[in-house]
Design a protein around this ligand. Structure first.
Ligand SMILES: Nc1nc2c(c(=O)[nH]1)N[C@H]1C(S)=C(S)[C@@H](COP(=O)(O)OP(=O)(O)OC[C@H]3O[C@@H](n4cnc5c(=O)[nH]c(N)nc54)[C@H](O)[C@@H]3O)O[C@H]1N2
Ligand SMILES: Nc1nc2c(c(=O)[nH]1)N[C@H]1C(S)=C(S)[C@@H](COP(=O)(O)OP(=O)(O)OC[C@H]3O[C@@H](n4cnc5c(=O)[nH]c(N)nc54)[C@H](O)[C@@H]3O)O[C@H]1N2
Ligand code: SF4
Ligand SMILES: [Mo]
Length: 681
């Protein structure tokens, strides 16, 4: 049989929350997607996808995909549903939302994050819908806002180096990033630099697979990065490894920062960081004397109380040495600022539909507390309805016992747009079947590179699935929203997402991606702040300093007495946050929920490798197996990956233990600022 006639290759984009935002090629045979591959033409994708997304068709055609609207019949959280028609589901949902909105639109809350990073299936039609409704707004802080706002306060933009230029760096600090797990295509570039003789240094409490492959690894205590950055500055000053001309021209407030740094000799920082003085001196020497030197900072280090201050300090390091003068020097935390003004955000999201109303804002990171809050003058109305899309809060939000209790409220009306019956979908009154990236249109920016991308549908929607945008369009019609913008179809939204004068739409159409026009060495001649200089003493924030964790011996000695181990919970390599946990082949590689614990800490508690554990603090208890391993440093344990609670042990995951206190800047969760104790179960 000749199938060639019915074989097509479609330009697509990996939709996941990952800095790499790969350009994908989808091979479709007889209407079925049979293979996804990395686009060999796209410079950063370079022909490769990661292991998990290579299984994207397996996830899309998964036997447990939700393919019809579902209505709850059992108790909340039990995941007992019956299929209903779209007509019935939409009519009932619209009636419920209308009734609440007639009284109190702010009692309705959208809850979404980056299940897809697409501009269309993210916040386009959904934003239009909730703006028109006047619903509560959501502060989307769960991941990156501490670092993003810190960067903005320092550079005037959330942006940095081109990732490609790390290939020519002579020194690369991989700081708070497990690149092999969560930024694989950067790692490929760092390897190229290594082959050219670059030195790679990893700064991470855990001996990750990335740390192992670097020349050096500094396993500092979680939340001590600000102290380390200050000591590095101290050494740069003491040895005169500064670029006075760059400081003079492009840094505002250097004397105040200098005074602060001089209070942080390596001896002081070593005690805070749990490093040796020599480790800090050696790092400073490398950083002060190697050119060009580049920092790949990532979000792992800002999930602690002082994450914002730490990012500000680290972002100032390349300003002291003038590393920004070279295109392969400087820092990259996010590239997302380069896309601002290149998207047509106002057209996509239509904030004007608020028509002067200013609904309250709910922080997604405190959803546990907020769902349980009564009405009050300070808070406003009790939350009566939640519409969840692109997120799995019951698994991923901190202090999940409270989150689950909130979603279990019988008087809460919950709609979840999903591919699967996640922990959150199990709590829904209605689950609406959403399409996957193979089935819908989208347009993408990235936070780890500088290419705009276009995703074309490769196959028809499976079952009765509809795209998020299509679902909000249908709901808008049922609600009687008649603004013409509610008629825009997905293709129109995708094609108009980027401004024609700022992005090469022809390249987007032909190749699936288009490089943005961004200067090679973007901050060689200053920063996009009013003064043109990087800012030390930011309005309302002061001069950055080391801020100790909420939970640590330094700040809370009594608590540290009861819960002496600091727990971090970074991603598992074969999951993406809680996505893919239900893909068997990937779950098989991860095995089971684990807690890495150093042999000394294990021995002190009579814990052996593989033992059943209780990991606990005042907030809850997490059940998992012990991985006795020197990947964890003494005093720090690692709960790897956000498992679905229902696929974990005793219905628990690591967020049983995390808390809802927010970071110093950006109102973000401090997931990695968490004390626990561990015992054999
Ligand atoms: N395979 C895979 N890839 C992913 C994800 C995933 O779940 N799986 N998640 C995606 C998402 S949403 C994001 S935001 C990014 C996250 O990726 P990153 O931004 O790299 O952040 P994390 O993976 O949270 O943490 C990175 C490293 O920081 C370390 N770390 C923890 N605390 C500290 C600290 O206080 N200081 C320092 N210096 N290091 C610390 C952790 O041990 C971890 O190895 O990755 C994305 N990519
Ligand atoms: N303890 C701990 N907790 C963490 C973290 C950690 O490191 N440690 N990391 C935090 C971070 S960095 C992040 S970003 C958050 C991530 O939290 P979330 O953004 O909630 O990410 P996921 O868990 O991947 O859930 C995304 C959901 O969106 C669904 N989805 C995907 N595409 C679509 C679509 O097109 N339509 C619809 N309707 N649904 C779709 C997927 O099926 C999936 O269930 O978790 C945070 N939680
Ligand atoms: S998850 Fe990241 S590395 Fe994997 S395919 Fe998607 S963008 Fe690429
Ligand atoms: Mo994230």
């Amino acid at each position: 049989m000749n199938t060639a006639a019915s074989t097509r290759v479609v330009h697509a984009v990996c939709p996941h929350d990952c800095p790499d935002t790969c350009a994908m090629l989808v091979t479709v045979e007889n209407g079925r997607a049979v293979r996804v591959q990395g686009d060999p033409e796209h410079p950063t994708t370079n022909g490769a996808l990661c292991t998990k997304v290579s299984r994207y068709p397996e996830r899309s055609y998964h036997a447990e995909r939700v393919l019809t609207p579902l209505k709850r019949i059992g108790a909340k959280g039990r995941g007992e549903f019956v299929p209903v028609s779209w007509d019935e589901a939409l009519e009932d949902i619209a009636t419920r939302l209308k009734t609440i909105a007639a009284r109190e639109p702010e009692a309705i809350l959208p809850y979404s994050y980056a299940g897809t990073m697409g501009l269309v299936q993210g916040e386009s039609m959904a934003a239009r819908f909730f703006n028109r409704l006047g619903a509560s707004r959501l502060d989307r802080t769960i991941c990156a806002s501490a670092g993003s706002e810190a960067l903005l306060a320092t550079y005037g933009i959330k942006a940095g180096m081109h990732v490609e230029h790390f290939a020519e760096s002579r020194l690369i600090l991989i700081w708070g990033s497990n690149s092999i797990t969560s930024n694989l295509h950067f790692w490929t570039i760092a390897q190229a630099a290594k082959r050219q003789g670059a030195k790679l240094i990893c700064i991470d409490p855990r001996r990750t697979e990335t740390a192992e492959k670097c020349h050096e690894h500094l396993a500092l205590r979680p939340g001590s990065d600000g102290a380390l950055a200050l000591a590095l500055m101290h050494e740069l000053i003491a040895h005169d490894w500064l670029d006075p001309d760059y400081l003079e021209r492009y840094v505002d407030g250097w004397p105040a920062l200098r005074d602060r740094a001089l209070q942080w000799p390596p001896e002081r920082a070593a005690a805070v960081c749990g490093l040796t003085v020599e480790q800090i001196r050696s790092l400073a020497r490398d950083y002060g004397t190697t050119k060009p030197a580049a920092i790949r900072l990532n979000y792992g280090m800002q999930r602690v109380r002082g994450g914002g201050n730490a990012v500000r300090l680290i972002a100032l390091l390349p300003c002291l040495t003038g590393a920004w003068r070279h295109r392969s020097g400087g820092l990259l935390l996010s590239a997302s600022g380069w896309f601002a003004g290149r998207r047509d955000d106002a057209w996509l999201q239509r904030p004007d539909l608020l028509a002067g109303r200013q609904p309250r804002t709910i922080n997604m990171s405190t959803i546990g507390d907020d769902l349980l809050r009564e009405a009050s003058p300070a808070f406003g109305p009790r939350i009566e309805a939640v519409v969840v899309y692109n997120s799995n809060p019951v698994a991923v939000a901190p202090e999940s016992r409270k989150v689950a209790a909130g979603f279990a409220r019988e008087d809460l009306f919950t709609v979840v747009l999903e591919h699967f019956l996640t922990d959150t979908a199990d709590h829904a009154d209605y689950v609406l079947p959403a399409t996957t990236q193979l089935e819908h249109w989208d347009a993408h920016t990235a936070y780890g590179h500088t290419y705009a991308l276009l995703n074309k549908p490769a196959i028809e929607p499976l079952g009765q699935a509809r795209s998020n945008a299509a679902i909000f369009r249908a709901l808008a019609a049922r609600m009687g929203f008649d603004d013409p913008c509610f008629a825009d179809d997905d293709e129109t939204l995708a094609r108009r997402a980027f401004r024609a004068d700022r992005v090469d739409l022809d390249s987007l159409e032909r190749r699936g991606w288009a490089k943005l026009d961004v200067a090679e060495a973007p901050f060689a001649h200053g920063f996009p702040t009013p003064s043109g200089k990087a800012i030390v003493d930011a309005p309302g924030l002061g001069v950055p300093d080391h801020v100790p964790n909420y939970e640590c011996a330094e700040a809370t000695p009594e608590l540290a007495g009861r819960y002496p181990l600091a727990m971090i919970s970074p991603p598992a390599r074969h999951f993406l946050n809680s996505t893919f946990v239900n893909v068997k082949s990937l779950r098989a590689v991860e095995g089971e929920p684990l807690l890495e614990i150093h042999p000394e800490d294990a021995a002190a508690r009579g814990i052996t490798d593989g033992a059943e554990l209780r990991v606990f603090n005042d907030r809850g208890e997490y059940r998992c197996a012990a991985a006795v391993s020197t990947r964890a440093r003494p005093g720090v344990v690692v709960g790897l990956g956000v498992w679905w609670r229902k696929l974990g042990r005793d219905g628990t995951n690591v967020n049983e233990l995390t808390h809802q206190r927010l970071t110093d800047i950006g109102r973000a969760p401090s997931f990695y600022d968490c004390l626990v104790e561990v015992a054999a179960a």
